[in-house]
Structures are given as structure tokens and as C-alpha cells.
Write a protein that binds this ligand. Structure first.
Ligand code: SF4
Length: 396
């Protein structure tokens, strides 16, 4: 695993009615926020705290949100150059930023390209105007096509688009048509998500007494399957529960998460994993700015060395024991098409997969949900649909 960095930009042009991520529409603090982020990046670099398990794989940097494209592109470029300069990012690093069609402009795309960003992930969701309206998105289908064109003209080849299924009023053919058009536009990576109604969102209020307006689960599953099958037929293979790509265009950043790799995270509500500690930053723009402005390299070093909550900036959510890491292995590895590797597991934990998970593996192979082939144990097509159940069997 290489070194991975995540940076959270918690600003959006407007809050989407279905979204429960930490993001705010008020951008008045954006400039101070970026200054605070750079301070945290510098403090982390100066602290001497390092990644546990670096191999010869490329570094990754992922700027997510929120909507990174709704703040000045120069600020995104500042973040990239700070991390590059302070950590000496490798020349072949994968550097991704998320964008939304409504805030992407040709000038911003050019600045992204010039600062070294080489992958863009865009929240398209659908190319059906009625569906986009239901979702309360700020762009229409023409805006999404225009944004893809802007990225291509700026020289981006590695573009990922998000698609959603199960949106009230969406049909199977509308979902398929959106996926088909993306492939025809040359998109090489698509992330597919099903709408879920989250607590505290406007969608929860809208649909709690109107459940009949929601797509029935069987129809939603069919939509999801047909989209995934269409993507695969067009050369974008499923390499993870929610992700399809042309070979070589998989997200290296996310592959590192699923391999249980370390990653540092900067910014409000950003969660990281380093030196066996899972930690999170304050989920408040003002609270984050306050803490990040004051954090010192010594405080960060002390936090990671002592493994105690002693930092205002970072709160420990878990200290991973060997047993927890072993349990987490199938949880992460089975998300991917490669699944679990017997060799990798034994090398890491000096135990065999069979010794730890033998009963659950055998049972799920018998039920046709897992496949064992040489070194690998992975989910079958049906197993992908019931991944939660298989993983539950392995963990408990
Ligand atoms: S743009 Fe994305 S992060 Fe922002 S509110 Fe909408 S769904 Fe949430």
C-alpha cells in the first residue's frame, strides 16, 4: 500500500434533500477553512508521524466533499501543492477531486489539470431530467454532458461518474439509459449507489408518510442489476460492490481502504486510520478551524504515540487490536471482486483463513454465495447481492 491522504471540503452550493453527509451551504468561512487545512497538513508533516505500512505502490490523494468544485479552484491547487511539497508525493500518485456539474467551469478544470489532479469524480446521478429534479440536484442532464465535455477538453481521461438507482419515479430503462450514455461518452469508471432514505434528511420527511411513492425493493434491485450488467457488457467490469471500471481505471485510493491500508485525513468530519487508530475530526466548520489553527506537530505526535484522546482536533473512534483487524479483513476484502487472499491473510496474521473463518466460508460456498479458486475466496454474483449476510456470517 502506498500513502493515502483524504481531504474533506465540507461546502456545497445547496444541501440536496437526500444527503446526510457532513456539508454546509454557507461558504462564508471557506477561505479561513482552507488556511486551517493547510495548517493541519503542515503540522502533520512536521510531527514526524508516519504511515505504518508503506510499500512501493503509488501514493493517493482524494479531495472529497461536500463539493470541492464549489470553492475557488486555486484553493484546491493550494491543497495539492501543500501535500506534494510537504510529503513529497510520488510522480505517479493518483490525485482525485470530486466535482459537481453545476459548479465546474472550463477555467476550474484547467487549474485542476495544471496542479496535477489526474482523476475527477463527478456526481452525475442520472441523465434523466425528471429524476434529477426529484433528487433536487442543481444540474440537468445537459449540464452533466457539458461538464463531461469540459473535463475532456481540459485533458482528463480518468473520469468517474456516480449514478443512483431506486429514485422515486425512475424506471429501469431510464437507469439503463443513463449508464449507456455515460459509456458512450467514454466514461471509464462508474460508481453505482442505491437511494437510501436517511434519518434527518428532507427525503425522510417527504417519504415517511408516502412510502408507496418509493420504488419497491425488487424493482430497485432489478434496476441496479441491469445497470451493472450493462456497464459490464460495455467493458466496465465490477471490481467492488458499488464500482465498475475499465481495467486499469480502478480507484487506487479506494482499493487502499479496502485493503485495510493506512490513510491520513484532513478537514471537518474527516475520518482517518493510522498507527492502528481510527480517528475523526470535529464535524463543524467553525470547530475545525478553531482546532486546526492551534494544532502543533508536538500535539499530533503525542496523540499518536500515547494512543489516548489528548487532542482537540482528533477524536479516537477505535484502537484496532489484532483480533479486530482479523475480523475486519473479510469485511473489507469481500467488497472487492478479488476477495480474500489466503496468502495475504496468512502473511499478515500468521493464521489461515480456514482456521479463523472455516465454518462460515464452507457454509457460504455450499450456498453458492462464495467461490474458492486457488489463492482467492470471493463473492459469487449472487453473493454480491447478499454481501451483508455473508460478511455477517464471517464476523459473528
Ligand atoms: S452535492 Fe453531494 S455532498 Fe453536497 S449536499 Fe448534494 S449529495 Fe450531499
Amino acid at each position: 500500500m502506498g500513502r493515502s491522504f483524504y481531504v474533506h471540503i465540507p461546502f456545497c452550493e445547496r444541501k440536496c434533500p437526500y444527503c446526510d453527509f457532513y456539508s454546509v451551504a454557507d461558504r462564508s468561512d471557506a477561505a479561513s477553512y482552507i488556511d486551517a487545512l493547510i495548517q493541519e497538513i503542515r503540522a502533520f508533516s512536521d510531527s514526524g508521524v508516519r504511515f505504518d505500512d508503506i510499500t512501493d505502490l503509488p501514493d493517493t490523494l482524494y479531495i472529497g466533499g461536500g463539493t470541492p468544485s464549489c470553492i475557488p479552484a486555486e484553493d484546491i491547487a493550494r491543497i495539492v501543492s501543500s501535500i506534494r511539497d510537504l510529503f513529497g508525493l510520488r510522480g505517479d500518485a493518483e490525485i482525485t477531486t470530486e466535482v459537481n456539474p453545476s459548479s465546474l467551469t472550463p477555467d476550474k478544470a484547467l487549474i485542476y489539470k495544471e496542479c496535477g489532479i489526474n482523476r475527477v469524480s463527478m456526481g452525475v446521478q442520472s441523465l434523466d431530467d425528471q429524476v434529477l429534479k426529484t433528487l433536487g440536484r442543481l444540474h440537468d442532464s445537459e449540464g452533466a454532458r457539458r461538464a463531461i465535455d469540459i473535463l475532456k477538453k481540459a485533458g482528463f481521461d480518468n473520469i468517474s461518474c456516480d449514478l443512483m438507482s431506486g429514485i422515486p419515479g425512475q424506471t429501469v430503462s431510464s437507469a439503463e439509459e443513463s449508464a449507456r450514455e455515460l459509456t458512450e461518452l467514454g466514461i471509464k469508471h462508474v460508481s453505482c449507489y442505491s437511494l437510501s432514505i436517511e434519518e434527518g434528511t428532507l427525503f425522510e420527511q417527504r417519504y415517511k408518510d408516502n412510502i408507496e411513492d418509493l420504488i419497491p425493493p425488487e424493482e430497485e434491485r432489478e434496476m441496479y442489476h441491469r445497470v451493472r450488467a450493462l456497464l459490464a457488457a460495455k467493458g466496465l467490469a465490477r471490481y467492488e460492490i458499488s464500482n465498475n471500471s475499465v481495467g486499469g481505471y480502478e480507484s487506487r485510493h479506494n482499493l487502499n481502504y479496502w485493503a485495510g491500508g493506512n490513510y491520513y485525513a484532513f478537514g471537518a468530519a474527516a475520518a482517518g486510520y493510522l498507527q492502528n487508530m481510527r480517528f475523526i475530526h470535529p464535524a463543524s466548520v467553525a470547530g475545525y478551524i478553531d482546532c486546526a489553527r492551534q494544532v502543533t506537530p508536538e500535539e499530533l505526535k503525542e496523540y499518536f504515540d500515547s494512543k489516548k484522546d489528548g487532542s482537540d482536533l482528533l477524536t479516537t473512534t477505535d484502537i484496532m487490536t489484532e483480533e479486530e483487524k482479523i475480523k475486519e479483513y473479510p469485511f473489507l476484502a469481500l467488497r472487492t471482486a478479488m476477495g480474500m487472499s489466503r496468502k495475504e491473510f496468512s502473511a499478515r496474521y500468521q493464521k489461515t483463513i480456514e482456521a479463523v473463518f472455516g465454518d462460515a466460508v464452507r457454509k457460504n460456498i455450499e450456498e453458492g454465495l462464495l467461490v474458492s479458486e486457488g489463492d482467492r475466496i470471493f463473492l459469487s454474483d449472487r453473493g454480491f447481492d447478499l454481501a451483508d449476510k455473508v460478511i455477517r456470517d464471517m464476523i459473528w
